[in-house]
Design a protein around this ligand. Structure first.
Ligand code: C2E
Ligand code: MG
Ligand code: MG
Length: 388
């Protein structure tokens, strides 16, 4: 039956019976079907379905036995829908949406079983586990919202060295969340989580305020130094047409010069060429620089690079870690050469050894960032490093 293109039912014919294992769902093309469940040995009407409705899809979703019988009231035409089609879409759906759907379905089945006096089928253990993961995500998202109110999010400033002079040129702001129960949550995890919803917007604004506060403190407490602070922005923030204006408003509020702030855009975000081009143009007009982060890990689209006037290219740490490898070295050398020809500075990320630093210096790379130069510092420690 599942492989038939169309199914025709005569009035009174049964499509499936209560208690059967699920096989296929159906889309009603024409005609009406009656849905009944047995109560005390007699069929009880649950509803009637007509053209355009899905029938038998519940069992497809949660893999339970049929909880009702479907009988044709009139002549019906149905299109069978293979369960793989549902399974694929359900798997591709947001886990939270999936958990919501399955929880509603479980509630309906329990209500139906209570109504008919039958035992509801127990939920599968894997479904429980899956919803537990989804709920954990929702919980973490709520906690992240609270974390901003309780100021549990903090920035750390990782030093960036000007290689030729050995001086401290600036920092990259990296966000840290110390969760009261979970401990330190990696930004890779919570930023990705925030990016799934619009929560990234308030998180981004929070980070920007922290960065401006740090720059204000640096101006007050280490006034001779004029380091830049680079900070990471996400796709949803870049999508906001007024993003640069919002940044400028914060800079004015904290009385920070735009030249001290650098926007980092990760390479995988540089998909919407027009958006990024506008952002760079507006940033430049205001005196702010823009860096292309994690170069070499995303699309490395040279067609875009030649049109986008980035000020800095940050070579991803994956390349720096393997500088011993001659092919990797060749790539890094070529990227530094290309960046120079384009008028961009290069920051090597993930510099962990003196050998790598020496090699980068020889290759003409301008800046280095990594454990060797310094781990991400608290704002207090960053100020101390500037005043040493
Ligand atoms: P990223 O912007 O490429 O930041 C560099 C990452 O490399 C940081 O990880 C940093 O701690 C790490 N790192 C620096 N030096 C070394 C080194 O020598 N060796 C090794 N193994 N790692 C090094 P972190 O702090 O875990 O951040 C991960 C990513 O999370 C960042 O990658 C950035 O994409 C994102 N992120 C962090 N803070 C924010 C934020 O406030 N907003 C947004 N949108 N993204 C953020
Ligand atoms: Mg970065
Ligand atoms: Mg990076």
């Amino acid at each position: 039956m599942a492989t038939a293109y169309r199914i025709e039912l005569k009035p009174g014919e049964v499509l499936f019976r209560e208690g059967e294992a699920p096989s296929t769902a159906f889309l009603i093309e024409s005609g009406n079907l009656r849905i009944t469940a047995e109560r005390d040995g007699a069929p009880m009407l649950l509803g009637e379905l007509s053209a355009g409705a899905l029938v038998g899809e519940m069992a497809e979703l949660d893999d339970s036995r049929r909880s009702a019988t479907a009988t044709a009231l009139t002549a019906c035409t149905l299109t069978p829908i293979d369960r793989a089609q549902f399974a694929e879409r359900l798997q591709a759906a947001d886990p939270v949406v999936r958990a919501l759907l399955l929880s509603q379905l479980a509630r309906y089945r329990t209500a139906l079983a209570t109504f008919t006096g039958n035992e509801p089928e127990p939920a599968r253990a894997s479904a429980h586990l899956e919803s537990a993961h989804a709920l954990d995500k929702i919980r973490l998202e709520s906690q992240l919202r609270n974390a901003m109110e309780r100021r549990e999010l903090e920035i750390r400033l990782q030093p960036i060295q000007h290689i030729a002079s050995g001086s401290l040129a600036g920092f990259e702001a990296l966000t840290r969340w110390t969760h009261p129960e979970r401990g330190v949550v990696s930004p890779a995890d919570f930023i990705a989580l925030a990016e799934e919803t619009s929560l990234i917007v308030p998180v981004g604004e929070y980070v920007l305020r922290e960065v401006c506060t740090a720059l204000r403190r640096i101006a007050n407490e280490a006034s001779h130094a004029k380091p830049f602070v680079a900070f990471n922005v996400s796709g949803r923030q870049v999508g906001d047409a007024d993003y640069v204006e919002r940044v400028l408003a914060q800079l004015r509020r904290y009385e920070v010069a735009p030249a001290q702030l650098k926007i980092e855009i990760t390479e995988s975000l540089v998909l919407d060429y027009g958006q990024i081009a506008t952002l760079i143009e507006r940033a430049h007009k205001a005196g702010m620089q823009v860096a292309l982060d994690d170069f070499g890990t995303g699309y490395s689209n040279l067609g875009h690079l030649h049109k986008l006037a980035f000020d800095t290219i940050k070579i991803d740490q994956g390349f720096i870690r393997q500088l011993e490898d001659s092919r990797c070295l060749a790539i890094v050398r070529a990227v530094i050469g290309m960046a120079g020809a384009l008028g961009c500075d290069v920051v090597a990320e993930g510099v962990e050894t003196p050998e790598h630093l020496a090699q980068l210096k020889q290759l003409g790379c301008q800046y280095a960032q990594g454990w060797l130069i310094g781990k991400p510092l608290t704002v207090d420690d960053a100020i101390a490093a500037l005043t040493r």
